[in-house]
Write a protein that binds this ligand. Sequence first.
Ligand code: NAP
Length: 272
Amino acid sequence: MPAQYGIIGWPLGHSKSPLLHNWGLRTSGLPGKYEAWPTEPKKLKAFMAEVRARRIKGVSVTIPHKQAVIAYLDGLTERATRVGAVNTLFWAGGKLLGDNTDVAGIVVPLAPYREGLASALVLGAGGAARAACAALQELGLAEIAVTNRTAAKAQALARDFGIQAVDWEERATRPWSLVLNTTPLGMKGEHQGLSPWPADGFAHVGLVFDLVYNPVRTALLEDAKNAGVQVLSGLQMFLQQGLAQFEIWTGIKLDEKGARQLLMMDLLATGG
Ligand code: NAP
C-alpha cells in the first residue's frame, strides 16, 4: 500500500517526524505509513498534483515549502492565515487545506507559564519567528518584540505583526520575561555550541524557550540554567506540533508521555 502520510522538504536532513508519526500509527492500530519525501522546489507542483490524485491523507511541510505550498491549496485555517505559512496539509469536506501546528507547538508549552509573561523577545525573523509571533499574540502578551541579525527582516516582521523591532546589538540590554530563540544557533552541525544570547546577559530574563531541539541541551539552555533561569526545549515544540498534526489527520490524541520518551530516547541515542 502506498504511504498515506509523509513530510516534504528540501533538503530533508534527519527529520524526526517519520519516527513520531509511524509510532503513532502503530500504537493507534491504524493502517498506512508515514514517509520522508525529499522534494526540490521545482518539483513541488508535480508533488501537489500527486497528493490530490492519490488522496494522500496527511502531509507535513517544512523548509523551503511552507509558503510556496499555499498556491496549491483550497484554503487555510485561521492560524495558517495569521502566520502566512503552512506546516500541515489535510482534507476536510473534499478540500485540501493548510494549517500551521507550529503555533500550537509554541502556545502549549508556554501556557503553564502565561501568568508570569509580560514581555517577550523573539530572536530571528524567519518562518519559525512568524509562528512564534502568532503564538505570543494568541497568548495575549502585552509586549512582544523581535530582533534579527539582518535588521530589515526584523522590521518587516514587526510591521506584519504590529510589534516592536529591537536592534540585534541591543537585545540583552532590557529585561524580558521571555526570550525565544528561532535562529539555528546551537543546532547540531556548524552551529552547535553557539548561542544567540550573551552568557552574562540573563540577569533580567525570566524564561528561555529555545526552538532548536537537536541537541536537546543547547548552549543557550545550558547558559540560562547556569544563571538560574527557567528553560523550555525545542523538543517540547516539536512534540506538540507533531501531536497536533496527528490529531488533525486521525482525530486521535496520542499519549504525550510515550511520544516524549520516544523522541528523547532517539535524540540521546543519536548524540542529541
Ligand atoms: P529561517 O526561515 O531560515 O530563519 C532563520 C533565522 O535565523 C533568520 O532570521 C536568520 O537571520 C537567523 N540566523 C541564521 N543564522 C544566524 C546566525 N549565524 N546568527 C544570527 N542569526 C542567524 O528558519 P526557520 O524556519 O525560522 O527555522 C529556524 C530554526 O527554528 C531552525 O533552525 C530550527 O532549529 C527551529 N525550528 C524548530 C522547530 C521545532 O519543532 N522545535 C520547528 C521549526 C523550526 P538573517 O535574516 O539575518 O539570515
